[in-house]
Design a protein around this ligand. Sequence first.
Ligand SMILES: *Cc1c(COP(=O)(O)O)cnc(C)c1O
Length: 332
Amino acid sequence: MDNHEFPFTKEDVVLAKERIRPYIRETPLLASGFTAGNDRPVYFKCENLQVTGAFKARGAFNFILSLQSQGGASGVITASSGNHGQAVAYAAAVLGLPCTVVVPEDVIAVKEQAIRHYGAKVESAGRTSSARIERAEQLAAQRGWVFVPPYDHPWTAAGQGTAGLEVMQQRSDVSAVLVPIGGGGLISGIATAMKETNPGVRVIGVEPELANDTYLSLQAGKVVDIGANHTIADGLRTSHPGHYTFPIVQRYVDEVILVSEQDILQAARDLLFNSKLLVEPSGAVPVAALAKLSPQKVGTGSVVCLLSGGNTDPGWLASLLTGLAFGDEVKR
Ligand SMILES: *Cc1c(COP(=O)(O)O)cnc(C)c1O
């Protein structure tokens, strides 16, 4: 395999794992009691139990530590609907850098509080990711700080991929992994780590039907932008796959499965009541996809669902518990 045209390789993920080890958790891989395909056992990789409540801490630490090893920066800025913002705020505080996070005007309140709690300054700008990124880049230029991309950078994506290395160490018989796709940083990191170790592992992406930008981009053979969308899975609302991440997705991802809003809610409720795991909608999409797996899609080993995060809005959680979330209209 010639990887020179790709922005990072498995070796970068291995180095990232070493680099971030003191700061993140090796999250548990739990036997779920579910089966998929032809009775294959399903395991949950619990990144909802990661520091800051989502896998994003992996990429944030890898980015800032890599930056510091190259001479550093006087501060960092990012733009995020929540989990990436929390992760960068936390990593910056731990590593001693000032940090500003640009959030959307309609940010979930608990996510904004968490960003402030970790010690970062918060600014709001628009409702689209492009409006936030523009403002963040402006601030970065004014201050001479560095913008930390949420997914479209080799340091970020290689950091996220460390979850894939852990999975393979925790269960050597994994034959399929299901991963949520937003901008594609998580899945491109995981796919690089796992496919370059064992090309037989099936890497399956999962997107909401309402946010099917990677699915459509793969069909078109180029990056497609679907504009604003309102899936309940707020970590997956990205309107297009990344320019670094998309070629990796094209090369390594075997398939993308689409799930409905109703299936996402049902999966989140099953995780909470049956598995006793609090998982946010974006993190529940792999479980929503389990019923759509045929035996040949999962192979003969274990199936892993990457539960990417657990930062939920209290109002949404209440509606899930009372069943109100299952009304005809599904909106946030
Ligand atoms: C960011 C995020 C995703 C999507 O990750 P990408 O790298 O953008 O594909 C999935 N789940 C959660 C909980 C997230 O915070």
